[in-house]
Ligand binder design. Structure first.
Ligand code: AMP
Length: 222
């Protein structure tokens, strides 16, 4: 197992920077990243049966029922699939039931670390209110840090818009659900001794350096 990449879960409130930092971790350690939110948004955009089922949950900020989430995640963990050599999970698990099911899927191979990105509520509210994302590649922007040209993505040329679930109402529901259903996961993993809290306020490079130090320490202790 020592030659395998890290097996990580990223937790943190909406707007804590999980998307951005999980992409960086995935590039840095050369392992696959799975974002259930992105899988669902892609399914909605493609109009698949799953997409049609989950669209309303996404728009209102409600959680997609565990059964659907677990089916979608299960497909990602197929034996011989890319996750065998390590992974970063962003947005999953979101409930204690999902965390328990993940343990079953991992079949005795423990996670290396659960990284809890810590950002105060006032800061995430500010980030989410001004957040804009590329509809094509998901690259994140902010009204105070827009793309160079007329809301066109610097990376892929896609249209940069506000996520339908970044409205005030949906944001407040998502944050409420995070406290109610996702925060208990931290206790679940803490009991297994795998949680590290990362201060996620400040420049992205500094937050990434903190994450990298925590992951490297966990890998060295394997
Ligand atoms: P995210 O991009 O992680 O903020 O996810 C966007 C939306 O997708 C959430 O508000 C939920 O509606 C849905 N979603 C993503 N991941 C999960 C999950 N693990 N369990 C339930 N719903 C999820």
């Amino acid at each position: 197992m020592a030659d395998q990449g890290p097996r990580l879960v990223l937790l943190g409130r909406q707007g804590a920077g999980k998307g951005t930092q999980s992409v960086r971790l995935s590039d840095h350690y050369g392992v696959e990243r799975v974002s259930t939110g992105e899988l669902f948004r892609a399914a909605v955009a493609a109009g698949t049966p799953t997409g049609r089922t989950v669209a309303e949950y996404l728009d209102s900020g409600e959680l997609v029922p565990d059964e659907i989430v677990l089916r979608v995640v299960d497909e990602q963990f197929r034996p011989g699939g890319p996750l065998e050599r390590g992974f970063i999970l962003d947005g999953f698990p979101r409930t204690v039931r999902q965390a328990e099911e993940l343990d079953v899927v991992l079949d005795g191979q423990p996670l290396d670390l659960v990284l809890n990105l810590d950002v105060p509520m006032e800061e995430v509210l500010h980030r989410l209110a001004g957040r804009r994302v590329c509809e094509t590649c998901g690259a994140p922007y902010h009204v105070n840090l827009p793309p160079k040209q007329n809301w066109t993505c610097d990376l892929c040329g896609g249209k940069v818009t506000q996520r339908p679930d970044d409205t005030e109402e949906a944001v407040s529901r998502r944050l409420e659900l995070y406290e109610e259903l996702t925060v208990p996961i931290i206790g679940y993993y803490r009991a297994l001794g795998r949680v590290v809290v990362i201060d996620a306020v400040g420049p992205g490079d500094e937050v990434f350096a903190r994450l990298q130090a925590a992951v490297d320490a966990a890998l060295a202790a394997r």
